[in-house]
Design a protein around this ligand. Sequence first.
Ligand code: ADP
Length: 313
Amino acid sequence: QVVVVGSFNIDHVWHGEALPRPGETLVGSYATGPGGKGFNQATACARSGARTVFVCALGTDAGAELARGLAARDGIDLRAESPDAPTGTAGIYVARDGSNSIVIGPGANGLLSPEFIARQAQAIAAARLVLAQLESPVESVLEAMRLARAAGVRTILNPAPANAPSTRELLAVADVLTPNETEFAALLARHAGERVDAGALAEFDDARLHRLCRLLLPRGTVVITLGAAGAFVSHREDKCRGDEVACYRVPAFEAATVDTTGAGDAFNGALASSQAVAPDRSFADHVRFASRYAALSTEHEGAAAAMPKLATR
Ligand code: ADP
């Protein structure tokens, strides 16, 4: 099984001609649905074939009931702490040209406690893999990763969103780190004192990207997701197995893309489930599986709702 630790949000999405300016009131079409990086990734993980435990914090409101109902439908074992705060929310405005503005109300997500994580130690020790993001308090994510490490369970850290706080200590307990371009540039600046242009990363040659990845995570594997340009993988040289090479690219799969929201979440959930379900496959195979799953997720609107259900691997 995979234990996913992270956030659940109710997304409120308005589509309009343009984004509202200060003081302006616009009329747009409205939709609501489940989101939050943690829940999106847990949904992707379950729908791509792995037994999934989702550890999160919810309010005692209608949002929490929605989360429980959706988790049950996907067979996700939901373990929720109930702090005195509303369930997380996101207000998302999308303009006709695809640009967006987002306000997150973390609510309960911001109160997920290390003590509650510690109470999940058995589930973590029984897992093949623990997957976490940074929409939850750093000390709680760190607790989950430490418990995993202590039990010999592999860890994936998706360091998203880019402006979330993170520590060197946290990076050091990740076996696999999966930033997108913006997150990679932010982590390099914060933890390695290197300034790079996030938009230019896909054009960097492999040797340069590999060197930057080694600076950031000397002991682990880094997978940089590059949107429609695919993904770049960097392993520690002496950890390569068999005919594995230290760094390589995995192209994106062709898709009839309508909405790339949650592509990174689809990628992370599937990367985790692939390793849990087929542990004997190569890491490159897992990344290809994740890329294919993420491409499929872009063919549907929404976040968690866009995660495709795979009948077989
Ligand atoms: P995020 O959503 O976190 O910004 P990316 O945009 O890097 O993450 O996307 C994650 C992965 O999803 C990519 O590495 C790629 O495999 C896949 N992907 C993203 N956009 C597309 C697309 N337009 N077509 C096909 N695959 C895509």
